[in-house]
Ligand binder design. Structure first.
Ligand SMILES: Cc1cc2nc3c(=O)[nH]c(=O)nc-3n(C[C@H](O)[C@H](O)[C@H](O)COP(=O)(O)O)c2cc1C
Length: 183
């Protein structure tokens, strides 16, 4: 019997102190971790010293990042909406994955959050384009959350049931896809 866990790398696309992207994606991670045959590696860019792309710098952070993604079976990318698109930090993470990318051929789930009325649709669609371009298999369903600043209390608990359900679904849809794929 093969007891090897299915590995999911989760990329947090924000470095802000009280990041709503981080609070949100934790719910999706919790959903994934309900499954014993899955493990999660969190990539928090604050814990990496990633070089700007194009400088040809190969440092410990870049090697560590590529190893984590290279060993992952799938990825979940979570981004805030910044100026009508995904965050620059998530693009820097992607630029550090090599060309061809360590994400080639891997299923990718997307989550976007925004403070505005429109949610993070633009970020998600732009990120979907980038992920498809580099050869990732982007899952059709993604979650965009509008008014994210109103969705958590001061203890970081989500106070909106529907929002929590939609965020958790990003994790459960990815688990379902991978379970179906592996069966
Ligand atoms: C540089 C910057 C640009 C932003 N641009 C948008 C935007 O275009 N649309 C929007 O709805 N919110 C925008 N916001 C608000 C963020 O989406 C919101 O603060 C969100 O919580 C940020 O996620 P984070 O807390 O994980 O960084 C912007 C915030 C920043 C810092």
């Amino acid at each position: 019997m093969n007891n090897k866990k299915i590995k999911i790398a989760v990329i947090i696309g924000s470095v802000s102190e009280n990041s709503f992207t981080r609070k949100s994606v934790k719910l999706a991670i919790d959903e994934i971790e309900k499954n014993n045959n899955f493990s999660v590696d969190i990539i928090d860019p604050r814990e990496f010293d990633l070089p700007l792309p194009g400088l040809g710098i190969q440092n410990e952070s870049k090697i560590r990042l590529q190893k984590i993604i290279g060993e992952a079976d799938a990825a979940l990318l979570a981004t805030p909406e910044y100026n009508g698109s995904f965050s620059s930090i998530i693009k820097i993470v992607i630029e550090n994955l090599g060309y061809p990318s360590e994400l080639v051929g891997k299923p990718i789930a997307l989550l976007g959050v925004a403070s505005g009325d429109m949610g993070a649709i633009k970020s998600i669609e732009a990120l979907r384009g980038v992920c498809a371009h580099i050869g990732g298999i982007v899952l059709p369903n993604s979650t965009s959350v509008a008014h994210i600043n109103d969705k958590f209390d001061s203890n970081n608990n989500c106070i909106d049931e529907q929002t929590e359900r939609r965020i958790r679904r990003v994790g459960s849809d990815l688990v379902k896809y991978l379970n179906d794929f592996n069966s």
